[in-house]
Design a protein around this ligand. Structure first.
Ligand code: HEM
Length: 479
């Protein structure tokens, strides 16, 4: 039997090392097929910290969520930008931001994220409300009140994509809708299918027509095209003005940055909206409670609902929708599979709890895989079951979750952690709330019988919200 092991050997003080049998690729194939199962099996065998060679990188996984704080709190040897700084430009097609060519730009970009949060969220939320209402009215709040059929992904994608686009980038000069939105969405899906390969740094030239599709998508945001758009968010306006300050930045580079934001803003939000809607419509008892809650908020404000009238929720009203929020967070728990990555800047000893520490080498990746926490029966009883009120206790948001009798600082991490936490997370949850509120107020929705339950498509494991492996048909009619 010819069995030669490749890869490095473990040093004293380092975690157990799993090299795999194929040089370079290491365990990449197995990982790609079923990351969650792969990590669970290794945890069973090697304990809560181990290093695996995946696609040429040594990745140390910290599997015990009680240890997460030791990685998330700023460790000067662990850099959180290095990975995304290399991968994002290759994926979206703009020149590296920190190359020295654009002094100060990286810091300005970071600062622009404040425009998605805090008080700035009020304007965004208000604008999103108007745009959602508009798209619903144009495409769905029409005709008689007979039953119509539709698939859930299709519905979420067409409404959320366009309404988010209008909210962030604004509307064209003389009309309310951008022409070519359907084509843009279809091209986006084609690009998105290749997204995992681009993130894995497969050169785009090897991916068939992907380069041409990406060029087309980027071109949509050419500064000359964008300049007549109005109602553009402060966030995009500030970024566009920033890019103008750099002569070394070409128009196509600017456009590619805007395209990256389009991806960030809908790439995860659309599948997250799908799962939130899917679980509600397949759990009528949850749907009834959530719908009742939404009606209650409007009644308190003395607002009548009929489908000739536009509805707008204030941010306070959205914040008070606890059951809706819990149901969204529960669907995020069940569908998110993002990986948190930090790169070691030198050989060092990563301190964990008590006296424990592990050796990490320069260039190694230290990684958290929150899906394993989300599906841990020691934290969440019957983790595979959708329990819409899991995050509510005594009429308030439940925030205490335990592992081995100890309270967890981190128990839900769909939006990343620490310095790489998603700046759009509040906007995202608000827009999903707005979408579902309008849907449930205006329509009766039922799943058509005889369909298999939706399962997760693992191909995006590590990168965010997983897509469903198949779509599901519903029927809906005006209430
Ligand atoms: C980053 C998740 C919606 C903007 C991230 C990251 C995650 C994430 C996990 C961190 C990636 C890393 O570790 O490097 C999600 C999910 C969403 C969502 C699950 C929806 C349910 C949004 C929306 C926006 C947005 C609506 C709006 C513009 C961003 C940006 C970054 C980011 C700009 C990069 C931040 C940086 O470079 O530091 N998102 N996101 N996201 N997200 Fe989101």
């Amino acid at each position: 039997l010819l069995s030669v092991r490749f890869g490095r050997t473990r040093r004293d003080g380092e975690p157990p090392l799993i090299n795999g049998w194929i040089p370079f690729l290491g365990k990449a194939m197995e990982f790609g097929k079923n990351a969650h199962g792969f990590l669970a099996a290794h945890k069973e065998k090697h304990g809560d910290v181990f290093t695996v060679l995946i696609a040429g990188k040594y990745m140390t996984f910290i599997m015990n969520p009680l240890l997460y704080p030791y990685v998330i709190k700023h460790q000067k040897q662990l850099d959180f930008h290095e990975f995304s700084d290399q991968v994002a430009p290759l994926t979206f097609g703009y020149p590296p931001v920190r190359s020295g060519k654009f002094p100060g730009m990286a810091e300005h970009i970071q600062r622009s994220f404040r425009l998605l949060q805090g008080d700035n969220l009020n304007n965004l939320t208000e604008s999103m409300m108007g745009n959602l209402m508009f798209v619903f009215r144009q495409d769905y709040l029409t005709g008689e009140s007979e039953w119509r059929t539709e698939s859930v992904y299709q519905l979420c994608n067409s409404i959320m994509f366009e309404a988010t686009f209008l909210t962030l980038f604004g509307k064209p000069a003389h009309t309310s809708r951008h022409s070519g939105m359907v084509t843009l969405r279809e091209d986006f899906v084609k690009f998105d299918t290749m997204f995992p390969l681009l993130i894995a740094r497969i050169p785009i030239s090897l991916l068939g027509g992907t380069k041409a599709i990406r060029d087309k998508l980027i071109n949509y945001f050419h500064p000359q095209r964008m300049s007549p758009w109005s109602n553009t968010s402060g966030f995009i306006k500030e970024r566009a003005a920033l890019f103008e300050q750099y002569d070394s930045m070409g128009d196509v580079d600017k456009a590619a940055h805007h395209f990256a934001i389009l991806w960030a803003s809908v790439g995860n939000t659309v599948p997250a909206t799908f799962w939130a809607m899917y679980y509600l419509v397949t759990h009528p008892e949850a749907l009834a409670v959530v719908r009742e809650e939404i009606h209650g908020v409007l009644q308190v404000s003395g607002i009548e609902t009929d489908h000739n009238r536009d509805i707008a929720f204030t941010r306070e009203q959205l914040d008070s929708l606890l059951y809706l929020e819990s149901s969204i967070n529960e669907s995020l728990r069940l569908s998110s599979a993002s990986m948190n990555i930090r790169v070691a800047q030198e050989d060092f000893s990563l301190r964990l709890e008590g006296e424990r520490s592990i050796g990490v080498r320069k260039g190694d990746i230290v990684s958290l895989y929150p899906q394993s926490m989300h599906m841990d029966p020691g934290i969440y009883k019957n983790p595979e079951i959708y329990k819409f009120d899991r995050y509510i206790e005594n009429g308030k948001e439940k925030t205490d979750f335990y592992k081995d009798g100890q309270k967890l600082k981190y128990y839900r991490m769909s939006f990343g952690s620490g310095s790489t936490k998603c700046p759009g997370r509040h906007f995202a949850v608000n827009e999903i709330k707005q979408f579902l509120s309008l849907l449930l107020l205006y329509f009766d929705v039922e799943v058509l019988e005889g369909q298999e339950p939706c399962t997760l498509d693992p191909s995006r494991a590590g990168l965010g919200i997983l897509l469903p492996a198949s779509d599901v048909q519903i029927r809906y009619r005006l209430r």
